[in-house]
Design a protein around this ligand. Sequence first.
Ligand code: MRU
Length: 357
Amino acid sequence: MAAERTEAFRPMEWTGAAIRVIDQTALPGRLLYVDLANVDQVVDAIVRLAVRGAPQLGAVGALGVVVAMDEGAREGWSSARRDAAIDSIRAARPTAVNLAWAVDRVRLLIPEGRATVLAAALQLGADDEAANRAIGRRGADWISARLTGRVRVLTHCNTGALATNAWGTALGIIRELHARGALEVVFADETRPLLQGARLTAWELEQYGIPYFVQPDGAAASTILRRLVDVAIIGADRITANGDTANKIGSLGVALACKDAGIPLIVAAPESTVDVATATGDDIRIEMRGDAEVLEWGGIRVAPAGARAHNPAFDVTPARLISAIVTERRVIEPSLGHTPACSAPGGALPTPRGTGG
Ligand code: MRU
């Protein structure tokens, strides 16, 4: 049963014929809903980050299988053509394991018919919302057991309702702390180059009435070492068997600074982000994105004509830098020797699966 919604917007819903999503590229200027009614539209929305964030990619990918089935029926596709279309959704972004995981999970049900696939895809989204609530409670409990008073939190990228189905993961913990009166302020990294922090996290924090600063990514290390924050909380796109985690580029710098300052770094993610089939962070495929995201600003070239960009969308934080990985089922403390693959305090082991890259 879904909890009562606390957002005035709907990150994603099924209209009966299309996936209705917020085009996140238009925020914060416009709250623009778009319908994804065919496979090309689904892939395009994923690639240009109109929809984004690991759990939301999973939820959209799962419903994308229904879109592919419907389009195939309309256009008279062979099953091979439909499968290739589903593969294109699965491969639209490689780093967040949730996308491939969700697509694989629901496509298995195709022989059982559209209604079964649709029900499974919708359930996946509902499960994600419940998971986020549990992550919020667990994470806030973990922090409250270790830090007294109202905490100051640094976060990176956007991990809120926009990035999930509702509530959020890292931002879900922040929201839970706020609800408990245990939060003082959030330092939101702007998150270059696409500004998920300045545009999206700030927009969400406004909605929830949570006090915040937006800071340049380059300020994060100094903010941490100057003790302006008590804890950093980030999300994840993939958590490997040994506890290494991929997240938005810049997360590693935050982690290193936290280690040096001796403040906790929490990684918050649902179990669907845990990929025990991938051994370590070295095995994660990091998405490389286009030069224009770095060399242009607002569509205007700012770098010299001859400049080339290095634009990895994610980096990998080694498990040794992570104080706690918080999922809906457990808290894994890598510094105590726990790993997602071999230690499960408070919960059962995830089922190993071959998700591929
Ligand atoms: O490129 P993005 O915006 O999809 O990257 C998103 C992140 O890195 C998030 O931190 C991660 O997916 C977790 S979202 C709950």
